[in-house]
Design a protein around this ligand. Structure first.
Ligand SMILES: *[C@@H]1O[C@H](CO)[C@@H](O)[C@H](O)[C@H]1NC(C)=O
Ligand SMILES: *[C@@H]1O[C@H](CO)[C@@H](O)[C@H](O)[C@H]1NC(C)=O
Length: 244
């Protein structure tokens, strides 16, 4: 699924050398967005697919001269030191994206991630902690904010730590509930610690229609997501899918 435009070949190749997987959750019929390269600009309408990337590496690797740059910016030289996952969700659909951690270990990939899309209008989230040898965060909410169909901003919502206080296997790390990494599969434990990213869309699409899946997620968040992964024996991802 290397659907990249030749014009962006060098950047796309840089990203592609580190690509983990492309997880497509797209409505086939309605998608009128022909841009599949996360390092290219586009404007989208509700129902279109929208490609963005998530880069995993150490926190400092996202900065150059004290400024956070887009992972697409070659000055960061992430090609050889970041892992990238690409996603193509449908605009204004609440989606849960997962990254298969049996083939990918966030804690050995630097422990931080940044979501990004675009080139001239390069949007990138702040780096967020995913995991290290002590703790692993498995549940994230990413908001994609559009203005007239152009991605303006990507941000991670703080997690909810109230629900995990007092649980031996969990701790509040960087405002998110984190499980002890030793509880994760492959690290001596049982839990599937694959990161799950819940998506929400806000702002307006290219027809200036209001995107409102964020509103729905904020309503959903009143139901603690922690309960969904409190049974460490079950796959976190499967519990998320049963929620929706
Ligand atoms: C995750 O990756 C492993 C190893 O590559 C594979 O066996 C497994 O089926 C994958 N799981 C999912 C849900 O894709
Ligand atoms: C893992 O990250 C947490 C939160 O940033 C930090 O408190 C802890 O010391 C780190 N552990 C290791 C082994 O680096």
């Amino acid at each position: 699924m290397a659907a990249t435009s030749p014009r962006r070949a060098s950047v796309a190749a840089a990203v592609a050398t580190a690509v983990l997987l492309l997880l497509a959750s797209v409505a086939a019929g309605d998608d009128r967005n022909g841009v599949y390269d996360p390092c290219a600009d586009t404007t989208v309408g509700r129902g279109d697919g929208f490609t963005f990337g998530v880069a995993f590496t150490g926190r400092d690797a996202f900065f150059s001269g004290g400024v956070q740059l887009s992972p697409c910016d070659s000055r960061l030289g992430l090609a050889n030191r970041a892992q990238v996952a690409l996603f193509r969700p449908q605009v204004d659909e609440i989606s849960l994206l997962t990254i298969n951690s049996s083939s990918f270990d966030p804690s050995s990939s630097g422990g931080y991630m940044v979501a990004f899309a675009g080139r001239k209008y390069a949007a990138r989230s702040a780096p967020v902690f995913v995991g290290n040898s002590s703790y692993t965060v498995t549940s994230f909410t990413l908001v994609l904010e559009f203005q007239k169909g152009r991605l303006e901003n990507l941000f991670w919502k703080d997690g909810d730590c109230k629900s995990c206080s007092g649980r031996a296997d969990f701790a509040c790390v960087d405002k998110s509930c984190a499980v002890k990494t030793t509880s994760c599969k492959g690290k001596g434990g049982q839990a599937d610690c694959s990161p799950g990213i819940q998506l929400a869309f806000s702002g307006t699409d290219k027809h200036e229609d209001v995107l409102n899946s964020w509103y729905e997620v904020s309503k959903l968040r009143q139901y603690s997501l922690f309960g969904l992964f409190s049974n460490l024996k079950d796959s976190l991802a499967s519990q998320f899918s049963s929620f929706f």
